[in-house]
Ligand binder design. Structure first.
Ligand code: NAD
Length: 453
């Protein structure tokens, strides 16, 4: 799905890389002094690797697969980003996800660039053995395109700690004799993984939400207690998010996955939902709940809507149906620019992905540090560090929004003096503020390093 009709007359662009570029361009308007050629370089991915390989599947047939790995930027450090297994993986999706990783690492201040990878496949149609072969062959084909100091993968949609163990093992078999643990993060704890990594994306989202609420992002609300939450996606991020937001005192009123969702205004016990999904393979039919479609789920009345599944779920054609008072993006790229415009107009704040879901890469960074030092930190220590970094990052974005919106006339004058075209500057939302923070940080490093040679 790359285009979708928002009304009878309008077609909405859903190519995630086009969207990622638009988000970045919008931020660039608030950085008039940034040299246009340098900005263009910062936006472009450095490298896209494409690999094709056969697998003798357990059905007896040989199937051919295509895999990608994109490094968007290594300006601030090695590439960093997940590996996704999904039928809809495309080069532009991988480019977009890699670029969001660059900006995300800059927003939280971890010393990595941005990368992402994926294999076009449908894990629901493949056996665990097939997936194991795909992982090993994909990593073998990538060869030295990944490495502990060049590009470091992690889990994403349909990959998990077990997949990361295979990534490590495959790379280690090909590079014997060194400490290769740092080649991948999100590993099982007994194979160099960090305590707290599995929960880190959701926990980071919780810390960011708490900070934003305490700073008055939703009028009249200062914490999560009693707030009604709807979560789309019930995997690593959404499933653990349900548990953590519930533990923090919120009421989880609806959860959904790719098969559909369930709604219960009195609240769902996430432990019961997890058990039901484990037993039946689906959330539908959960006792005491009404089954809902994914479209219905996104339009349910609630205080906070948390997209934690895929890109472009909130678009021009459904943003007006959203009844939430705030949106927390735990997925990457769940909101299109058209939906952003609607949420702005309706004064529904959106905590953007490059801030809200950055807890995963933050604890991935801690895992990498532990691997390089041969250490294992306590979970309390990891969570305390995560809380500090997420709170500081949330403050940085909220402060930047206030700073920009308080200096629009001066920015407008600077734009005119430098002869930058385009429409007058509007007040920025949190996404644009986060992009400005990120682009400024990456640009500063690029300028100080200089353009090579
Ligand atoms: P996952 O594979 O563990 O879970 C994905 C969930 O989304 C599943 O419950 C699946 O059924 C559901 N889903 C898929 N398509 C859907 C659809 N069309 N409608 C509704 N639900 C759908 O993946 P994950 O790791 O939880 O990742 C979810 C999102 O969070 C992705 O956007 C990913 O890029 C982002 N993210 C993940 C991490 C991480 O550490 N895993 C970090 C940052 C961001």
């Amino acid at each position: 799905m790359t285009k979708r009709s928002t009304s009878k007359r309008q077609i909405e662009e859903l190519n995630p890389f086009v969207i990622a570029q638009r988000q970045c361009d919008n931020a660039g308007r608030y950085l008039p002094e940034l040299e246009p050629g340098l900005f263009d370089f910062l936006k472009r991915p450095d490298k896209l690797t494409i690999v094709e390989f056969p697998i003798a599947t357990s059905s007896g047939a040989v199937h051919n697969f295509v895999g990608y790995r994109c490094i968007h930027s290594r300006t601030r450090g090695p590439g960093k980003g997940g590996i996704r297994y999904h039928p809809d993986v495309t080069p532009d999706e991988v480019r977009a996800l890699a670029s969001w990783m660059t900006w995300k690492c800059a927003v939280v201040g971890v010393p990595f660039g941005g990368a992402k990878g994926g294999v076009v496949c449908d894990p629901k149609q493949l056996s665990p053995e097939d997936l194991r072969h795909i992982t090993r062959r994909y990593i073998a084909e990538l060869g030295d395109n990944i490495g502990p100091y060049t590009d470091i993968p992690a889990p994403d949609v349909n990959t998990n700690a077990q997949t990361m163990a295979l990534v490590y093992d495959t790379y280690d078999m090909m590079h014997k004799g060194g400490n290769n643990l740092g080649v991948v993060t999100g590993k099982p704890v007994h194979i160099g993984g960090s305590l707290g990594r599995e929960e880190a994306t959701a926990r980071g989202g919780l810390f960011t939400t708490l900070r934003a609420l305490s700073r008055g992002i939703v009028p009249g609300v200062t914490d999560l207690r009693g707030l009604a939450i709807v979560i789309q996606g019930f995997g690593n991020v959404g499933g653990i998010g349900a548990t953590l937001f519930h533990e923090a005192g919120a009421r989880i009123v609806a959860v959904g996955d790719s098969r559909g969702g369930v709604h219960c205004p009195d609240g769902i016990d996430p432990a019961v939902a997890h058990a039901h999904k484990r037993e039946t393979g689906s959330l539908m039919g959960l006792t005491g709940c009404r089954n809902v479609t994914n479209d219905e789920l996104l339009a349910l009345p609630c205080d906070i809507l948390i997209p934690a599944a895929m890109e472009s779920q909130l678009r021009g054609d459904n943003a007006r149906d959203v009844q939430a008072r705030m949106i927390v993006e735990l997925a990457n790229g769940p909101t299109t620019p058209e939906a952003d415009a609607v949420f702005n107009e309706r004064e529904i704040p959106v905590l953007p992905d490059i801030l809200a879901n950055a807890g995963g890469v933050t604890v991935s960074y801690y895992e990498w540090v532990q691997n390089n030092k041969n250490e294992q930190w306590d979970e309390d220590e990891v969570n305390a560090k995560l809380k500090r970094i997420m709170t500081r990052a949330a403050d940085g974005v909220l402060d930047k929004q206030a700073e920009i919106n308080g200096s629009l006339p001066a920015l407008e004058t600077a734009r005119q003096e430098l002869d930058r075209g385009g429409s007058p500057l509007d007040p920025v939302d949190l996404r644009t503020a986060a992009f400005v923070v990120a682009v400024e940080r990456v640009a500063r490093v690029a300028l100080d390093r200089g353009v090579w040679p």
